[in-house]
Design a protein around this ligand. Structure first.
Ligand code: FUL
Length: 747
């Protein structure tokens, strides 16, 4: 089912009405534009520039950073997708605290909380009158609990907006598949959520759809759902399978470099969205699926459109692998560094960031997630807390009356700069209060009158010439740019191309907290090695540790190259004015014999080829992230690696490391056998270790170490036996299993 034609008919009527009765100024307020056959590309682009967000879309966009909270039956079943037949007795949080969620999310800077009120398993987190499959049947609070109620209330108290995720796909409900009956049931549930819990700012529908018990595929009556939402909560945006907010197209947290909020009307075709909705959660955790088409709204994309709509992007991503909490994944929570990167690539790319923070079985947000969020907030505060534009003066090459260049640095968020009619490129020169060092920039367009800038660049005055700092295509609501430190007293923004008169409502420069550099970046050494630490910020000192603990103000201060004589985990951070102020840099150094070459009997998969053969002998250990290029992956095959030490050396220990992540079909080897040789023709057994297969959700790396006793040899062979295929209890039963290997060391 699609909504395209209906929308088009409606918008045609609307546009005709506007054209006939309203003034030119008011005509610019349309949320859609109809493209007539024969419209020139200039005309299409001009129309695109007049499409504006609806008030609800604008209010939502300004939230910038919002929370997704996946909590429900899956939390207790340790699953991502339930079947719908789970026993309600399983739902029993031991220490549920909605206020704790809200505090953690608010402290992180999030402005809205979207709760999974019902996931695909059909278990309702509120006492719905229309089903028994929910809290009423659970032991929690003797069946009298209401998670939705408590969360909505906690949000209200703290001034956070509240939103609901309600899965249309319901694997429990008997009427599912009997389309009209289920549609009525779904509307009833929606009505409960939209009438009993105060204001709702976002309703989130995903596209998953299946067959009901009657063997028929459910046809969702989207239009009737939308009508109900508009009637009961007119300020709420309807996201993903809805007309107001578009899925950015990936769940990795990275929006597009070129992100237009004005896109061809076809992007609202629900079938297209549903088709890209994933069907298998196991596969999904394995390969981050990326449906990103490079851009959706450039001239090339809009030129053949029949209508254009304001349809802004939302970037949804989870703080950990999977949407629900799994204890086995506590160590895989994204680092603050990764979250900062995601922030720049979502909020900083004209998109709202919907970051999922799943509470644990206690019903509280886990410490590992809190730690990561605090780290993110700290970096954002240190970066954006001080705007370097104080007392800056702006001159524009062209400005419209009442919209001077100065508007981009004043504190008034409603004032904006724009050019006179038909001026589509311009330069704004910004004279800073004094010479300053900065490495981040923020630009914002006045999107309430449309999105227009197509390309721009930023330059700094060196005293002699203008030097390029950064370039960009779209700006939209917000564009954040990162670049190495620049010290200057003057910068300029060059708008190279725009759809009609460009606008800017804000411009600012910032200095991100110092970063610490470790040289070399880890690796192996034979007897000793020297390591240098530095920071990019004047006045900052570096503190470090070598024992794996996090550096504090009391840790040794770096003054000269550190000499390492043992394998060490080096952690370093920077201090300014008595405050720890940088991300902690971590690097591992391994003391082992150097390797001349390594060869493999069976080759690793090109999909997980790390950095080539040397990956497993370069002294750089892989993280638990299977995509970090530190792993060599063998699909269904054993690892048989032969290491050449170059000449006969005295050894006494061989170690080989492997990954286990059964959810992604990666299993430890069943046996690891170590051989040694003087000539690579005659091999002697040095040792063998067995590892019986055990079902486990935990993600970890394990080292298999063979103590050889002192011996002099040149070649080492490690043979690790793959389990071959996934075992019968695994969802991929019978399919090839992966063996992931890193790192072989000889000491
Ligand atoms: C998807 C669901 O299938 C996932 O479980 C998750 O809720 C995600 C945000 O939306 O469609």
């Amino acid at each position: 089912m699609t909504i395209g034609p209906t929308f088009m008919r409606r918008s045609l009527v609307l546009v005709l009405f506007l054209v006939m009765f309203l003034s030119a100024e008011a005509r610019q307020q349309a949320n859609y534009a109809i493209i007539k056959r024969g419209d020139s590309i200039e005309e299409v682009v001009r129309k695109a520039a007049t499409v504006v967000p609806s008030p609800r879309q604008l209010a939502w966009q300004e939230l910038e950073f919002v929370a997704f909270v996946h909590f429900g039956m899956n939390t207790f079943m340790d699953r991502e997708w339930g079947q719908g037949n789970e026993d309600p007795a399983m739902f029993n949080p031991t220490d549920f605290d909605a206020r704790q969620w809200v505090k953690v999310l608010k402290d992180a800077g999030m402005k809205l909380l979207v709760l999974t009120t019902k996931h695909h398993d059909g278990f309702c987190l509120w006492p719905s009158e229309f089903t028994d499959h929910g809290l009423k049947a659970s032991p929690w609070k003797h069946g009298a609990g209401d998670v939705v109620g408590e969360v909505a209330q906690a949000c209200r108290e703290a001034g956070l907006k509240f939103g609901v995720y309600l899965s249309p796909w319901d694997r429990h409900e008997k009427s599912y598949g009997d389309s009209p009956v289920y549609n009525e049931h779904f509307r009833n549930q929606l009505r409960e959520l939209l009438t009993k819990y105060g204001d709702v700012a976002e309703v989130w529908f995903d596209g998953a759809c299946g067959e009901g018990p009657n063997g028929k595929r459910q046809e969702y009556d989207w239009q009737s759902y939308y009508k109900l939402i508009r009637e009961l909560q007119p300020q709420a945006v309807i996201a993903i399978m809805g007309p107001d907010v578009r899925w950015v197209g990936t769940e990795a947290g990275y929006g597009r470099e070129t992100e237009w909020s004005v896109v061809p009307g076809v992007a609202r075709n629900l079938d297209t969205i549903a088709a890209s909705s994933q069907q298998n959660p196991v596969d999904r955790s394995f390969v981050p699926i990326d449906f990103m088409s490079k851009d959706l709204g450039s001239r090339d994309k809009v030129k053949s459109a029949t209508s254009l709509v304001w349809y802004p992007a939302e970037t949804d991503v989870s703080i950990r692998p999977g949407w629900f909490y799994h204890e086995s994944r506590d160590e895989l929570v994204k680092t603050p560094e990764k979250l900062v990167d995601i922030y720049y690539n979502s909020v900083g790319r004209n998109s709202v960031l919907l970051l999922n923070i799943p509470p644990d079985k206690r019903g509280r947000i886990n410490d590992s997630d809190i730690k990561a969020l605090k780290g993110l907030r700290k970096t954002l505060d240190l970066t954006f807390g001080t705007n370097l534009m104080i007392a800056a003066r702006v001159t524009a090459s062209n400005e419209r009356r009442g919209h001077s260049g100065a508007s981009i640095v004043d504190r008034d968020s409603r004032s904006y700069w724009t050019t006179e009619e038909s001026i589509e490129s311009a330069t704004l020169e910004v004279r800073l209060a004094r010479t300053l060092t900065f490495n981040r920039a923020m630009l914002q367009e006045e999107i309430s009158i449309g999105q227009r800038v197509e390309s721009f660049r930023l330059e700094a005055w060196t005293g002699k010439t203008w030097r390029g700092i950064a370039t960009g295509t779209t700006i939209g609501y917000k564009r954040l740019l990162r670049f190495p430190n620049v010290t200057a007293s003057k910068v300029r923004i060059v708008i190279e191309r725009s759809r009609t008169s460009p606008t800017l409502s804000s411009f600012a420069l910032f200095k991100a907290p110092p970063t610490v550099m470790i040289e070399p970046r880890g690796g192996s050494f034979e007897t000793k090695t020297k390591v240098r630490l530095s920071t990019d910020t004047k006045g900052a000192t570096v503190r470090y540790t070598l024992d794996g603990s996090d550096p504090t103000l009391k840790s040794p201060k770096y003054s000269r190259p550190i000499e390492l004589t043992h394998s060490s985990l080096l952690k370093a951070t920077a201090v300014i004015g008595g405050d720890l102020c940088a991300e902690i840099e971590v690097t591992r150094f391994i003391r082992c014999l150097s390797v001349k070459s390594v060869g493999f009997e069976k080759t690793f998969s090109p999909q997980y080829a790390g950095r080539g053969n040397a990956t497993i002998v370069d002294g750089v250990r892989a993280s638990l992230d299977l995509n970090d290029k530190g792993w060599l992956g063998f699909l269904g095959d054993d690892l048989i690696a032969t290491v050449d030490l170059g000449k006969a050396r005295t050894i006494n220990k061989i170690t080989a490391g492997f990954l286990q992540q059964q959810g992604s079909r990666i299993f430890l080897p069943s046996t690891v056998t170590f051989y040694v040789s003087d000539d690579s023709a005659n091999w002697r057994l040095a040792g063998e270790l067995k590892s019986p297969l055990q079902q486990s959700e935990r993600v970890f790396a394990r080292d298999f170490t063979c103590s050889t006793g002192k011996m002099k040899i040149r070649y080492v062979r490690v043979a690790a036996k793959s389990i071959g295929v996934c075992p019968s209890w695994h969802s991929g039963s019978g399919e090839k299993a992966w063996l992931f290997s890193d790192e072989i060391t000889v000491e």
